[in-house]
Design a protein around this ligand. Structure first.
Ligand code: TPP
Length: 559
């Protein structure tokens, strides 16, 4: 079989189960696009490469399978950087294929030449520059293997234009790569971990994205139920435990309810699984879980002891750990501890003012959640709206919540939602965004219209960079600067300009009925929700503070 490099890339992507790629073509990637035109691999034309990167991330986050974005050399590659870095911090299996100028031009400052390899070293799990067509046979399976093995992450494959046009004669395509096996767990570690769990009086689980990446929710629930251990989640762990599970105490950290952060102060054993003790979750790390021994399980050994020194750190796949330790765990519910947590939940609930007003943050989230199916995929952007959603949306399925946790990238939401809708055309997809964030990738409304994806954008429009405004109010003496948008932007008109249905809930008689109608209309829809700029997210741990020092959101502030 005689193939050129571009055809080989397409065939290898398909061999790895890829059916949709997102990207934007350019001079150096034209051979690749020529091969695409002759294949049945679906290409989604983004309107900015960052959009393409996040569309691919949306596919990967919603399915758990690696997804692919394409960029041309130079600005195509630099525009992808933010989405690649975002995938690195949130451990998302992304394969970014970038075109490069021809080999003999590399190093000459050729038109649209940039050192993509050098630029992406610190933001990828691994990266390659391919020097010959023969290398593609190994590099492409390796890229998928690395992106999906252990802790997932992004891989860049940079392919010079003349490698795309070079030809090769091969008998058969290489096999698709499989993820490497997780390291086996030492019997001694399991015994010690079980002993820690069995002797704890006040154990607490803290679960993170690693549970979702390992598809280990069911194993987790089994262990929680058997041992009656309460569990808190990080932002990226939300959905792994159904929101209404009696032992689930919600999201920990900077915007956690008091009843979530308080028990962590008191627990005597913290079992962290698939978490990296991010500062937004721990607050001041030295004061996080001050009375607890720590049992830390992670597939990435470099996480063990990075932030918190564990009594025992175990490098393991989360699901395998939970399954193999289960028989060693005694079932001995601590009524006292669980009763204490129930008391805290009653005394220090999450306070959600305005939950019956669709033009207030908790209200719009509540009504949307009630109207959407329980497995709707929910993407967010970054800001106050993201935190309100994390606090109040009743997540109950893994991979239901797509949000930029580590990098905190405004502009993530819309393209990620588009990617999720492309990968899961039968699911409802909603994107809660802020007016600042939506503007960062608003051009992807064109992609949404073109693909007619079933994405509803609920825009919590406070005419501000709300989270910045909130911090200036609380921690910078109300010296508001560069956080208000003075221009009067009509988002519904903009959406219509992109040929997308839109409604402004501030201008209708019955916002609840209009919301229901918009959510029930197939295809993309923008729902503008004017909200008061002074709405703040509470509780809040002041930056650098310990979680116990949360301010605001007291029960007696209930409105
Ligand atoms: C790309 C990027 N630039 C800047 C920031 C810093 N930042 C964090 S939240 C925020 C405000 C977000 O405003 P908006 O999207 O309107 O959401 P709101 O907080 O009002 O809900 C900013 C500027 C960021 N997270 N990402």
């Amino acid at each position: 079989m005689k193939l050129n490099g571009a055809e080989l890339i397409i065939k290898m992507l398909q061999r790895h189960g890829v059916s949709i790629v997102a990207g934007i073509p350019g001079g150096a990637s034209l051979p690749l696009y020529d091969a695409l035109s002759q294949s049945d691999l679906r290409h989604v034309l983004a309107r900015h490469e960052q959009g393409a990167g996040f569309i691919a991330q949306g596919m990967a986050r919603a399915t758990g399978r690696p997804a692919v974005c394409l960029g041309t050399s130079g600005p195509g590659a630099t525009n992808l950087l933010t989405a690649i870095a975002d995938a690195k911090l949130d451990s998302i299996p992304l394969v970014a294929i970038t075109a490069q100028v021809s080999r003999k031009m590399i190093g000459t400052d050729a038109f649209q030449e940039i050192d993509t390899y050098g630029l992406t070293i610190p933001i990828t799990k691994h990266n390659f520059q391919v020097r010959s067509i023969g290398e593609l046979l190994e590099v492409l399976p390796d890229a998928f293997r690395i992106a999906t093995s252990g802790r997932p992450g992004p891989v860049v494959v940079d392919v010079p234009k003349d490698v795309q046009t070079e030809t090769i004669d091969i008998d058969a395509l290489p096999d698709a790569a499989r993820p490497d096996r997780a390291p086996s767990i030492a019997r001694e570690d399991l015994k010690r971990a079980a002993e820690l769990i069995n002797t704890a009086q006040r154990p607490m689980l803290l679960i993170g994205a690693g549970i979702i990446a390992a598809e280990a929710s069911k194993d987790l629930l089994r262990l929680m139920d058997r041992a009656s251990i309460p569990a808190a989640s990080t932002l990226l762990g939300l959905g792994a435990i159904p929101n209404d599970h009696p032992l689930f105490i919600g999201m920990v950290g900077m915007h956690a309810a008091r009843y979530t952060n308080f028990p962590l102060e008191e627990c005597d054993l913290l079992i962290g699984i698939g978490v990296r003790f991010d500062d937004r979750a721990t607050g001041k790390a030295a004061e996080f879980c001050p009375n607890a021994k720590i049992l830390h399980i992670d597939i990435d050994p470099s996480e063990l002891g990075k932030i918190k020194n564990p009594s025992l750190g175990v490098t393991a796949d989360a699901g395998e750990f939970l399954r193999t330790i289960a028989p060693l765990i005694e079932s001995r519910p601590s009524r006292k501890w669980i009763g204490h947590i129930a008391m805290l939940r009653g005394r220090y609930p999450l306070v959600t003012p305005g939950a019956s007003d669709p033009l207030r943050p908790y209200g719009i989230i509540r009504y949307a959640a009630e109207m959407l199916p329980s497995d709707a995929i929910v993407a967010t952007d970054v800001g106050q709206h993201q935190m309100w959603v994390a606090q109040a949306y009743p997540f109950s399925h893994p991979r239901q919540f797509l949000t930029s946790g580590g990098l905190g990238t405004m502009g993530f939401g819309l393209p990620a939602a588009i990617g999720a809708a492309l990968a899961m055309p039968d699911r409802e997809v909603v994107c809660f965004s802020g007016d600042g964030s939506l503007l960062m990738n608003i051009q992807e409304l064109a992609t949404a219209a073109e693909e007619n994806v079933n994405v509803k954008i609920i825009l919590l429009n406070n005419e501000h960079l709300g989270l910045v405004r909130q911090q200036q109010q609380l921690f910078y003496g109300e010296r508001f600067h560069a956080s208000k948008f003075h221009a009067n932007t009509d988002f519904a008109a903009i959406a219509r300009g992109f040929d997308i249905n839109a409604i402004d809930l501030g201008r209708v008689e019955d916002p609840i009925a209009s919301l229901a109608e918009a959510l029930a209309t197939p295809g993309p829809y923008l729902i503008n929700v004017p909200i008061d700029a002074e709405e703040n997210v509470f509780p809040m741990v002041p930056p650098g503070g310990a979680n116990r020092d949360m301010i605001g959101g007291e029960a007696d502030e209930r409105a």
